[in-house]
Design a protein around this ligand. Sequence first.
Ligand code: F6P
Length: 361
Amino acid sequence: IKKIGILTGGGDCPGLNAVIRAVTKAAISNYGYEVIGYKFGYRGLYNNDFIKLDAQSVSGILHKGGTILYSSNKDNLFDYMVEENGQKIKKDVSDMAVANLKKEGVDVLVVLGGDGTLTSARDFARKGVNVIGVPKTIDNDLSKTDVTFGFNSAVDVVVDALDKLHTTAESHHRIMILEVMGRNAGWIALHAGIAGSADVILIPEIPYSLDGIVAKINERSQRGIPFSIIVVSEGAKEKGGELTVCKIVSDSPDPVRLGGIGNKLALDLEGRIPDHEFRNTVLGHLQRGGITSAYDRLLSTRYGIAAVELIAAGKFGCMVALQDGKMTYAMLEDVIGENKQVDIHSELIYVAKSLGVSFGE
Ligand code: F6P
């Protein structure tokens, strides 16, 4: 092995730069490998658009959110939009990417991504490319690892927002709703909800009923607490509802991105408890930006070093993983498509319920 290519795919996330930095530094100083970074994820691989990475180019980026390599959310080279004879068509252009890797003499591709990006990584592995994945997503919904990088930073942002909402909720005796990310899993809402002392936590794994939420708000009022805080995952579902509420309330073809469940809840609940005022906040992409938390800087750095160790050991087609506090790896084939959700019988759910948190059941 002499040359490593790195790319960052899918939605950005705090910790991407920390991984890029760790891989680059360790690859050069521990093994004397060369490192290049493809720009805009797989698109850079297709266009052979890359920059050389060295100690200089990764200096000063450890704490910064985003990615110095840029990212792209939609570029799947196995189903890629190209223009042919003036027409836009989708086709498999993965051979071009493989040819580009060969042309540059890249022996290993390190892919930082969530489920979609790592699915492509798995597909490149099947084509014979030496691939190593690094588990990225603020949603923490990748399997075979205890935690993905970026999750902790996002939780910090949400907890900060909950602290702020508490003071204004208390001043105005209002019910404050905070809509957070988590399309398919409620990790962010659950962790931040407990750490930020939410009264109601709504997650995709536990369908809610308005009755359940109303009961909690009324119970607090009867105890003389005239305000409440609700944190809701964007992917939360109402009991009996087949679609997520945000899909129902928006006409957009991609409504999950626009938010909506928080607004819908505010309107529904206002109808049920007219003597309370409701306000909704959609935290959105604030959860993905800014400074990387200390925990994520450390985790991302460990993931980066572990990736280089796998390269040196000649282990490919896998993803670095954290299991029981130790760095290890899992095969990409076993990671993909699993959608790790919150176990509703887990300790954290019990912890929340023990504190009196309602899941709107
Ligand atoms: O996968 C992470 C995530 O933050 C989801 O929770 C959210 O639905 C999505 O990305 C939004 O991504 P974008 O707006 O970049 O398409």
